[in-house]
Every structure is written in structure tokens, then in C-alpha cells.
Write a protein that binds this ligand. Structure first.
Ligand code: NDP
Length: 523
């Protein structure tokens, strides 16, 4: 699987559970990018000319290829990203398969030219249509935390819509990146419709610099800003899926048993390294102690270990430097008065990247832990007076990716959801909307802009063209040349006819307005 390569020009795939190098992949020299983009452009022209149903049929074959190799893929995701194998199946594999199914089935309807009804009687003689056309070449730059679900969730709709794609996976998960390319090739996609380039951040930067037709970027806020600046210089449109600081609001009428299980899973799944991780929990004061105790007790039951062990519930973090960041945030929070209820230690006995799942209470918004993305196995609790304070705390963040509300009254939950500044709010669940093909994913504020997944995500990958067909092609238009006083008066009657507040004024001006329509055209 791994390409043989000289050590100088390769990146290493490392198993985060052991620190072992498991494969090496040849890096793509940035100087190659113009040729790669040129090949993508040639391939795209042919690809876009294929009927949509042919493209969908190939996506269906891609889904079958993923399904047939699901065991191997789950092993690979676990080996390279560290997550427990069950999570690789439920997140990476399931989401990839469902994305393929959804777009293969629904894209013909979603991309069908759409009739635009005109409300204004003055343009009733025109038939309007929206046509959806591919951008051309999409640059997809993706992170390591969901190394199949994220790129496939974006590439599949891109190719369905008739684009070619150049994927730059994270240098931390090059094997999964290479696998994405291999899956498309095996499914029978024409050469160069999906190309994978391997390298670090400088390669991603070079790809954006070379002017693809659109960039779909998923990653940190800092890198997202660099990508956005580079895109702005070329007026290249981009989608930015950036970090999150998702709040979970637990109201006094919630089912504490279920909500505490959700808090534990939402904080520790993928070792807390998910954009949709539960990063801040606001609990109503009357239940705060009982809720914290349950969270701590359930966290103590979690099994920490390598993702390949079927009993492991929390795996390693991706690299030791990420562990350092989490440890620093935790120390700072404790120095400012936060209390560790359980966990809080590195576990070098298990491997270089292990950190205990940790429950912290009494956090406040002066702490980095409540301001910055933690992206690690921390469950942070704060008690609040009531729902109003919880909503205000949830909104006190630069991020706005998603949030959840826990309550026995789902109508109240929905009402509160409207007050939360986020791209998605779940009532009585966390994060799982990412696996709903129809649910748009994307954030506000520092969490980025644009959407992936769903119909909205597909529409990010097409240019909308308005096509207008005149039903009276032999009729010169009222507003064309031949201006004179009479036309000036008729034009005013025309406005009265269309917009006068009272109907009788409208009817009275009808005849005058018709003079603008039925007139001789000198020119
Ligand atoms: P990074 O921002 O470090 O990297 C993301 C991708 O960008 C990687 O492929 C990286 O390459 C590449 N890259 C780095 N520098 C540049 C550059 N200057 N120009 C172009 N590309 C560049 O993020 P992580 O990989 O660490 O991912 C974690 C982050 O992603 C978290 O903040 C998380 O919240 C966010 N995320 C957001 C999601 C969302 O849907 N909103 C989903 C998942 C994660 P390389 O890795 O090789 O350096």
C-alpha cells in the first residue's frame, strides 16, 4: 500500500498508539501542482460532459467498493488516527457509505434545473430557470481526525456535480488520504478526476495559491484564516469548516442518566478530537452536583488503550504535542480554581499520546479551557442559575459550530435552540447530526463559513446560472431606446400600476401604463 520512497522525500504514517512508523509516502513537490491542476482540468471537462446519472452510477460503485473493504478501512483508520475501531466504523465508514448512497440517489433531483416563478406581472412573459454547473477543479484540504468521513463527505458531492478534485489530506494521515484516491480509482472513475497529493501545510498553501476554482478547507481557525487570505487575493471562493467549542446545556428537567452518558461520550469520542466535541457543559444549579457525580463515575469506567483493542473506549491523542496543549490548558484552569473530579494525568505507560479522560468542574470563562478549542479528552462543567444564563454562556464564544440542549420538554428545547448562535443545535443528542446526510454542517463566527453535507453542501460545489427565456421574442421591450416625454409619463403610470398602495390607483393607471408597453420603437 505505501509507496516506496526515499526517506528525504517522504512523510511518515505513524500509529499514535505506539509511536511506530507504519508506512511512508512520497511527498508531492509543490512545483508539480500546476501540472496536477492542468490534468484535473482536462479530466473535468470530459467528466462534466457525462450524464449526471452516469456520474451517480460511479458513485454507487464507489459506495460498493467502500462497503466491500469496510473491515480493512476501519483497521486503517484506527491504525493511523488512533480512534477505537467501533468509532472508525460508526463515524468514518458509516458516514462515507451514507454520503455515497445519498448523493447517488438524490443528486439527479437536487441538481435538476429549477423553475423560477416570477412574482412581478411585468416579467410574466419570461420563463426563468436555475441551472447548476460545476466549478471545475475543487481543492479539498482536510484534517486528520476523520480521515475518511471528512474528505469523502466533500469529494463525493463535488464529483457528482461534475467537478474534478485535488485532495490534500493531513500529513498525519497520509495512508487514509492515499486510500481515498485508491477507492475512486478502483470504483472506475476516470484518471485524474480525483487526485491525491501528499505533503504538509506548505503543499496545501501551494495548492490554494495555484488557483483552483474553489477551495473546501477543513481544519483549524489559524490555518483557515491563512487559506481565506490566500483565496481572497485571487477571488477564489472557499468553504471553511473550522474549529468548534460546542456547548451542552443541561436543564433541570433532563433525564440525568441519559444526559450524563451523552456528556461523557460527546466529550471523549475520538479522544475529544472532534470539531463537534462537547467542550463546555452548562448545568442548571439544582442538578449540577448529581450530574457532575454521574459524569465522573461514568468516566472512571472508560477503558483507555489502543484503538485496535475491541474493549478500548478512549484511544490515544494524535501526537504528543496535542497532549501538551491539553495538559497546559488543564493546568491553567486548575491554577484559576477549576477542580479535577477524575483523570487529569498523562499515561506514558500506555504510549506517548495517552491522556486520561478527565472531568473538570468549576470552570469559568476567564480560562483558556472555556475560550480556546481544547480538542482533547476533557469534560468541562459549569453550573448556571437557569436556562437564560446557560444560553448567554453558550453564546459567549468566538466559535459557533454546534450545540446541544437537554430537557424533558422538547418544545422548550426547540425554542431555546433559536437563541443559540451556532450552525446546528441538537435537542437531546450530541454531534450525531454529522451522520445525517440531509443535515447541513457548518459554522458561524470563528467556526467558518459555508456548508458541507446535504443539499446545501452540494450547492456549494456548483455555480448557479440563471437562464431566462423570453416568451415574446418578437416584442421590443418597454424600457428600450426611444425615450421621450410620453414614455416618461407612461413609465410613471407603469410604477403606479405595479406599486400604488391602493388598488383603485393601480387600476386607474393601467391604461397609461400600457402606453409604455404598446409603443412604437424608433430605435
Ligand atoms: P490544521 O489546520 O492544522 O490542518 C488542516 C489541513 O490544512 C491539513 O491538511 C494541513 O496540512 C493543511 N494546512 C496546514 N497549513 C496550511 C496552509 N498554510 N495552507 C493550506 N493548507 C494548510 O488542522 P488539523 O489537521 O490539526 O485539524 C484539527 C482542526 O480541524 C480542529 O481545529 C478541528 O476543530 C477542525 N475540524 C473542523 C471540522 C469542521 O467540520 N468544522 C471537522 C474536523 C476538524 P498538514 O496536516 O499536513 O499540516
Amino acid at each position: 500500500m505505501a509507496a516506496p520512497a526515499s526517506l528525504a522525500s517522504c512523510i511518515e504514517s505513524i500509529n499514535p498508539a505506539t509511536g511506530e512508523v507504519i508506512a511512508r509516502f512520497e511527498t508531492t513537490p509543490p512545483a508539480e501542482i500546476p501540472r496536477i491542476l492542468a490534468r484535473a482540468r482536462r479530466a473535468q471537462a470530459d467528466w462534466a460532459s457525462q450524464p449526471l446519472r452516469t456520474r451517480c452510477a460511479l458513485v454507487r460503485r464507489l459506495g460498493q467498493a467502500i462497503y466491500a473493504r469496510r473491515q480493512e478501512l476501519a483497521d486503517l483508520v484506527t491504525r493511523e488516527s488512533g480512534k477505537p475501531r467501533v468509532e472508525a466504523v460508526f463515524s468514518d465508514i458509516l458516514v462515507s457509505l451514507d454520503t455515497a448512497n445519498y448523493y447517488a440517489e438524490h443528486a439527479p433531483l437536487l441538481l435538476q434545473p429549477e423553475r423560477v416563478p416570477h412574482h412581478n406581472p411585468a416579467v410574466k412573459a419570461k420563463a426563468g430557470w436555475l441551472h447548476y454547473e460545476p466549478y471545475g477543479v475543487i481543492a479539498d484540504i482536510s484534517p486528520w481526525n476523520y480521515p475518511l468521513a471528512i474528505p469523502l463527505g466533500q469529494i463525493i458531492p463535488a464529483v457528482v456535480a461534475g467537478n474534478a478534485v485535488v485532495l490534500k489530506p493531513s500529513e498525519l494521515t497520509p495512508w487514509c488520504g492515499a486510500m481515498v484516491g485508491e477507492l475512486f480509482a478502483r470504483a472506475g472513475f476516470p484518471p485524474d478526476v480525483v487526485q491525491v497529493i501528499q505533503g504538509g501545510g506548505e503543499l496545501g498553501a501551494a495548492l490554494v495559491e495555484r488557483g483552483p476554482d474553489k477551495v473546501v478547507f477543513t481544519g483549524s481557525v489559524a490555518t483557515g484564516k491563512r487559506v481565506a487570505e490566500s483565496c481572497a487575493r485571487r477571488l477564489t471562493p472557499c468553504v471553511l469548516e473550522l474549529g468548534g467549542k460546542d456547548a451542552m446545556i443541561v436543564l433541570a428537567d433532563a433525564d440525568l442518566e441519559v444526559a450524563s452518558s451523552a456528556a461523557v461520550w460527546g466529550s471523549f469520542t475520538n479522544c475529544g478530537q472532534a470539531c463537534l466535541s462537547v467542550e463546555r457543559i452548562y448545568v442548571e444549579a439544582s442538578i449540577a452536583d448529581r450530574f457532575s457525580e454521574r459524569c465522573a463515575a461514568k468516566t472512571q469506567l472508560l477503558k483507555l488503550g489502543p484503538g485496535s483493542d475491541p474493549h478500548t473506549e478512549v484511544g490515544p491523542m494524535i501526537r504528543a504535542r496535542q497532549v501538551d496543549r491539553v495538559d497546559e490548558q488543564l493546568r491553567e484552569a486548575v491554577a484559576r480554581g477549576a477542580r479535577i473530579l477524575t483523570g487529569g494525568r498523562r499515561r506514558p505507560d500506555l504510549g506517548p499520546c495517552f491522556f486520561e479522560p478527565t472531568v473538570v468542574a468549576d470552570v469559568d470563562h476567564s480560562m483558556r479551557m472555556m475560550q480556546e478549542e481544547t480538542f482533547g479528552p476533557i469534560l468541562a462543567l459549569r453550573s448556571v442559575e437557569d436556562a437564560e444564563e446557560a444560553v448567554s454562556m453558550a453564546n459567549d464564544s468566538a466559535f459557533g459550530l454546534a450545540a446541544s440542549i437537554w430537557t424533558g420538554d422538547s418544545r422548550r428545547g426547540r425554542r431555546l435552540a433559536t437563541q443559540i448562535r451556532a450552525g446546528a443545535v441538537m435537542v437531546n443528542d450530541v454531534a450525531s447530526y454529522f451522520g445525517i446526510a440531509e443535515a447541513p454542517h457548518g459554522g458561524r463566527g470563528a467556526s467558518g463559513w459555508g456548508r458541507t453535507h446535504s443539499r446545501l453542501g452540494l450547492l456549494e460545489l456548483v455555480q448557479v446560472k440563471y437562464v431566462d427565456v423570453d416568451r415574446l421574442p418578437r416584442w421590443p421591450k418597454s424600457w428600450w431606446y426611444g425615450y421621450n416625454e410620453e414614455l416618461g409619463v407612461a413609465a410613471d403610470r407603469f410604477l403606479e400600476f405595479l406599486f400604488a398602495p391602493e388598488w383603485r390607483h393601480r387600476w386607474r393607471s393601467a391604461r397609461g401604463a400600457m402606453r409604455a408597453v404598446f409603443r412604437g420603437h424608433r430605435i
